[in-house]
Design a protein around this ligand. Structure first.
Ligand SMILES: C[C@H](O)CC(=O)C(=O)O
Ligand SMILES: [Mn+2]
Length: 340
């Protein structure tokens, strides 16, 4: 079991949760949330468009507020917490990273598809040069074997990642699969190992505990489950559970409960629950951020979201291929027309 004081939580609702509210965060919301999370002593708070720096676009969805304004607001609102930003090479640029660092962001999380770690080299190195703490974030980790994951994680380690994350973007992992992967990484790497789960199969908490048991020390959570799909491991619940397990996170349980109830709940556009569509994400192994895109395409083409998601899973569509959601919806509509 992990050393008692060694679990460091990154709160991702102000980035991953952006997917769930169609990137509509305001400066006021981010300021209030960051201030309260700081007061609860959350070590890291991630702030950005859901798809990371530079994500505001037709492809991924336009942000209501410029993300640099949100980052600036979060930095101003915090004394204790460090502000993290996510960057997907090809969506965000080195210039975006420099701007975030200049505003006071001090952790860079560089995310790639699980087989494409090699595109993170210059971003991780630049982040290091900028004095930022660095994270390599291997998205859709469920799509590869433990051996492949180790190979890709080692690349990120060699580029200067201080931590490498196993990212269950689809919420598709089962606990024994998480254990196998974290153990393999623990044995092969000397940097910190992290875990980022999604709750589409109601396994985010179980998978997170499995990861901790195998030595993961960096854990992501989203308060009130405000993340893509059914959300992430619910931060305030995780703090309660770890407290019961006598694993110290440094976060004040009652304060984080109050942030969830008083500040985050009013931001939700609808309760974060495992409904038919989010369950399908986990079942079919589909990127959680595709959920609202699929809902919109379903409405536009009068087809079922579940059918779109199942087909995206079969075709192994990954982040960056959001345009395929429309293609699949249009094809399903055509098939439905010809079969009546
Ligand atoms: C860009 C994605 O939303 C990153 C993430 O949180 C995931 O893959 O999960
Ligand atoms: Mn996520």
């Amino acid at each position: 079991m992990t050393k008692e004081t060694d679990i460091k939580i990154t709160e991702v609702a102000l980035r991953d949760g952006s997917h769930a509210i169609s990137h509509q965060y305001t400066v006021e919301q981010v300021t209030a949330a960051a201030k309260a999370l700081d007061d609860a002593r959350v070590p890291y708070i991630e702030v950005a468009h859901g798809d990371g720096l530079g994500g505001s676009s037709l492809q991924y969805g336009f942000s209501k507020t410029d993300e640099f304004k949100l980052i600036e607001a979060a930095v101003s609102a915090t004394d204790f917490s460090k502000i993290a930003v996510l960057l997907l090479p090809g969506i965000g640029t080195i210039e975006d990273l420099k701007e975030a660092a200049a505003l006071g962001a001090n952790m860079a999380r560089v995310a790639t598809h699980v087989t494409e770690a090699d595109v993170s080299e210059q971003h991780l190195q630049t982040a290091k040069e900028l004095g930022m703490e660095t994270v390599g974030f291997l998205m859709m980790s469920h799509m590869v074997s433990a051996e492949k994951l180790v190979e890709q994680a080692k690349l990120m380690e060699s580029y200067g990642a201080d931590t490498v994350y196993v990212v269950d973007s689809a919420g598709a992992f089962l606990p024994h699969q998480v254990k196998e992967r974290i153990k393999a990484l623990r044995e092969a790497l000397s940097v910190n190992i992290g875990f980022h789960g999604h709750n589409n199969l109601s396994l985010a908490m179980g998978n997170t505990l499995a990861a901790i048991e195998e030595g993961a020390t960096r854990i992501d959570g989203s308060i009130r489950c405000l993340g893509a799909g059914a959300g992430n491991t619910q931060t305030e619940v995780l703090i309660g559970v770890l407290d019961r397990m006598e694993i110290e996170t440094g976060i004040d349980l009652y304060k984080i409960m109050d942030v969830a109830e008083d500040i985050i709940a009013p931001i939700l556009q609808k309760p974060q629950e495992i409904d038919r569509d989010s369950l399908t994400l986990g079942y079919a192994g589909v990127y959680s951020s595709f959920l609202l895109h699929a809902n919109r395409a379903a409405e536009k083409f009068s087809v079922e979201s579940r059918d779109i998601l199942i087909e995206l899973g079969k075709r192994e569509i990954i982040g960056g291929q959001e345009d395929m959601i429309i293609d699949v919806a249009a094809e399903l509509a055509e098939t439905n027309k010809t079969s009546v």
